[in-house]
Design a protein around this ligand. Sequence first.
Ligand code: THU
Length: 129
Amino acid sequence: MEINWDLLHDQAKEIMTKAYAPYSKFPVGVAALVSDGRIVTGCNVENASYGLGLCAECGLVSNLVASGGGRLVAAVCVDAKGNFLSPCGRCRQLLFEHGGNGLLFMTPDGPALMSTLLPWAFGPDDLPK
Ligand code: THU
């Protein structure tokens, strides 16, 4: 499947401008290509109860499911400057559920596999059928 990394980068930067990050002042945007060709996005949404803030990837996964589901193929996450951002540990797990080991994540060194970002992950296959 063709991955338009520039388009994903543009969409991540655009949704980053919608972030609600008055406490950290660290807006984050993320965009991902879905197996059916659509693009889903998310931004971080913080809270006065600081620990309840939602990462951008949480919004992306919610938008993925709410817009019809599918598998995540490739993702780009950015900070306020548009620089590629490493997803936090919790978000790696959230993304793994919907993309598996083959999900590609853009890094400053080029695309990296989820299996590299989150080796030997616990996931749906570890639960009894
Ligand atoms: N943040 C994300 O949205 N995604 C990440 O993968 C890293 C961190 C957000 C959480 C918080 O709103 C802000 O960045 C500073 O930690």
